[in-house]
Design a protein around this ligand. Structure first.
Ligand code: AMP
Ligand code: MG
Length: 324
């Protein structure tokens, strides 16, 4: 079966084509800003302006035409209402015009499933670290369950906010990563793990204050920030692995592109005799290949959705009934 997937939960609009388990194309374009965060309305306008070229590119790269598509899937949750709606409209229009079935897919679960498709991971704990999301997810007792999460902002948004504060622009994650490699001078920061959850807002306040005091090098702040928050995330991930008795950790989300996080995750896994799986960056960030893959998997398991399958900006990972 050939499936076209559409991703639009936030600043990225993506289209991808897969043939059964083979990714034929994975195209995306992201709305970015010079200052400030994502303005939902502007991101939606970006998606409206770009979607047709992105879908066309995805089909071209796969050497297929829209008539070859057997199924269309789209991320219907969770995310920004403004942008989710654009992806839903695109998917519904194609489904109606070309008379193909449609499936709505949960974005967070798709991050886990693409990891299982493209790595040797069979039943991993997913550390999902993106702009808006920070969750430790695993499949347990017939459902995808959240074992720990942020109590305030997502890690990527936290990193980007600090980067903007010190004048690095958006997205700040990759720039702070480079800067962090220039230091090994650890400055003590709050370490905020609460049970299985993490919180970043206090650390952000402290970082801003330290930056304003100008007593420390910015490199030292970048280094200390990464060491602290990555250690927090891996502490919670490790505890989830121990609790579930799982021996695999998968990284996902844009922040999973960070090589220091990857190294720390590999080390933690090595020490407990577990395996760590890291995807290519194009599958860490928001992408449509994962939406195509999970949607096709659901369809093959007998899931059917109506053409007006609604979007749900606030859907919880553990709300989903799993039949696939
Ligand atoms: P996503 O929401 O999954 O598309 O991921 C976007 C987030 O990933 C943004 O907050 C970026 O700053 C962050 N990001 C991307 N690359 C890196 C990196 N190398 N280190 C840390 N954060 C990163
Ligand atoms: Mg994501």
């Amino acid at each position: 079966m050939i499936c076209l997937g559409i991703e639009s939960t936030a600043h990225t609009f993506g289209a991808a084509v897969i043939r059964n388990k083979e990714v034929l194309s994975n195209i995306k374009k992201s709305y970015t800003t010079e200052s400030g965060g994502i303005v939902p309305q502007k991101a939606a306008e970006h998606h409206v302006a770009e979607f047709d070229t992105i879908v066309k590119d995805a089909l071209e790269k796969a050497s297929l035409s829209i008539k070859d598509i057997d199924l269309i899937t789209f991320s219907n949750a969770p995310g920004l209402g403004h942008t989710l709606r654009i992806g839903a409209h695109v998917a519904r229009s194609i489904a109606v015009l070309h008379d193909v079935p449609i499936i709505g897919v949960n974005h967070c679960i798709a991050h886990l499933e693409i990891g299982k498709l493209l790595t040797k991971a069979k039943d991993p704990v997913l550390l999902y670290v993106s702009g808006a999301n920070t969750q430790v997810i695993a499949f347990e007792g017939g459902k995808y369950r959240v074992f720990g999460e942020t109590l305030d902002t997502g890690i990527g948004n936290f990193i980007d906010t600090f980067a903007r504060y010190i004048g690095l622009g958006f997205p700040g994650g990759p720039k702070l990563e480079k800067m962090a490699y220039l230091s090994e001078n650890y400055i003590r920061l709050p370490y905020n793990v609460k049970g299985m959850d993490v919180s970043f807002s206090g650390i952000l306040t402290k970082l801003k204050r330290l930056f304003d005091e100008s007593k420390h090098k910015t490199e030292d702040l970048a280094y200390s920030m990464q060491e602290t928050v990555f250690a927090m995330l891996l502490e919670v991930s490790e505890r989830a692995m121990a609790h579930c008795g799982k021996k695999e950790l998968l990284l996902g989300g844009g922040v999973a592109c960070n090589t220091r996080l990857q190294d720390m995750a590999k080390k933690m896994c090595e020490e407990r005799g577990a395996e760590c799986f890291v995807l290519e960056n194009q599958y860490n960030v928001d992408n449509a290949a994962m939406i195509a893959h999970l949607g096709l998997k659901m369809f093959k398991a007998g899931v059917r959705h109506d053409i007006d399958m609604p979007i749900d900006p606030y859907e919880r990972t553990d709300d989903i009934e799993v039949s696939w």
